[in-house]
Ligand binder design. Structure first.
Ligand SMILES: [Ca+2]
Length: 317
């Protein structure tokens, strides 16, 4: 005769109801369901283990031994007794959390596209664009010929805009609040700009120890002053501790000009000349003669010569 160790008995509609009752009870690891009387006995241990209060199961019971308890809304795969974990949770019982795309890479997740992460300080999980082969968490991507308008107000830059689920190009701005929570993770992040020109050449600049402060600091950032690579103009180190600016929230420190307005996009602008003149989100001149060195260009370097920008993105490593 089947025996089990029960600690709680409920009246239930059916076996599924009995299992659901077990799943929301942290102490429950097994159930015995008596169909005829609609009783569900919850067990604090699996039925085949010895325990002090074993009772004999009545005949005709449906018995289910759940050997895995899934946390964080994970669902038990009853055939294999493993957990199916919704992102950002993973691990044997969904007890681990993906804080960023790097965590996913470390866990063996592959591919690219939108994934759900949950940084430790964030109030809720959110979606980022991941390139998992390299553990990249994108913070923005812009196609110069793309359709996404980057000339937006403060709240859009705080919350993020663009739809990263739309396509592979995933034009978007993740949002300052999410950047803040991501870089508040214990991991130290590198920030890398990737610039692709219309001749398909790739350019990178990588900075160490990038961290975006919170709203109280105007979402200013800190970064190690020594870039790892330096293929294009350094547009970051002189802007450390500079608050973010948009056309409707001018924090560029110059009373005579609104840099975000004149450049057509939000950025960490500073000073009367909005230096340094490499906002990746600014306007792009339509005059080819002006492509090299025009302060209104989107992201220029003398090294680019007459070749224009096709895509610029930035990601955390
Ligand atoms: Ca100003």
């Amino acid at each position: 005769m089947l025996q089990y160790c029960r600690y709680q008995t409920y009246t239930v509609r059916n076996l599924l109801h009995c299992l659901a009752t077990c799943r929301i009870d942290d102490a429950c690891v097994s159930v015995v369901h008596e169909r005829s009387v609609k009783l569900c006995h919850l067990g604090a241990t699996t039925a085949f283990l010895n325990c002090s209060n074993m009772v004999a199961a009545p005949p005709g019971v449906a018995y289910y031994q759940q050997t895995v308890i899934c946390q964080n809304t994970g669902i038990v795969r009853t055939k294999s007794d493993t957990c199916f974990c919704p992102e950002p949770y993973h691990g044997e019982t969904c007890e681990l959390i993906f804080r960023d795309c790097h965590d996913m890479k470390d866990a063996g997740v592959v591919g690219m596209g939108p994934r759900v992460v949950f940084p430790a300080t964030a109030p809720a999980p959110f979606t980022v664009y991941c390139l998992l082969k390299f553990g990249r968490t994108f913070i923005f991507s812009r196609l110069v010929t793309g359709g996404l308008d980057f000339n937006r107000p403060w709240q859009d830059y705080v919350n993020g805009f663009g739809d990263i689920s739309l396509d592979l190009n995933a034009e978007h701005w993740l949002g300052l609040e999410k950047m803040h929570h991501l870089t508040a993770n214990p991991r130290t992040y590198k920030l890398r700009f990737q610039i692709i020109l219309t001749n398909d050449s790739n350019w990178y600049t990588t900075f160490k120890e990038f961290k975006v402060m919170g709203s109280a600091q105007g979402y200013s950032f800190t970064v190690n002053p020594n870039p790892i690579t330096f293929q294009v103009d350094d547009c970051m180190t002189s802007l450390v501790n500079t608050p973010f600016s948009t056309y409707d929230n001018d924090n560029d420190g110059s009373g005579g000009i609104n840099c975000a307005e004149s450049r057509g996009g939000g950025w960490w602008f500073k000073g009367a000349n909005c230096a340094p003149v490499c906002s990746p989100l600014g306007k792009l001149t339509t005059d080819p003669a002006m492509w090299s060195g025009n302060p209104l260009d989107a992201f220029w370097s003398m090294q680019f010569g007459m070749v224009s920008l096709a895509n610029i993105s930035a990601y955390l490593l």
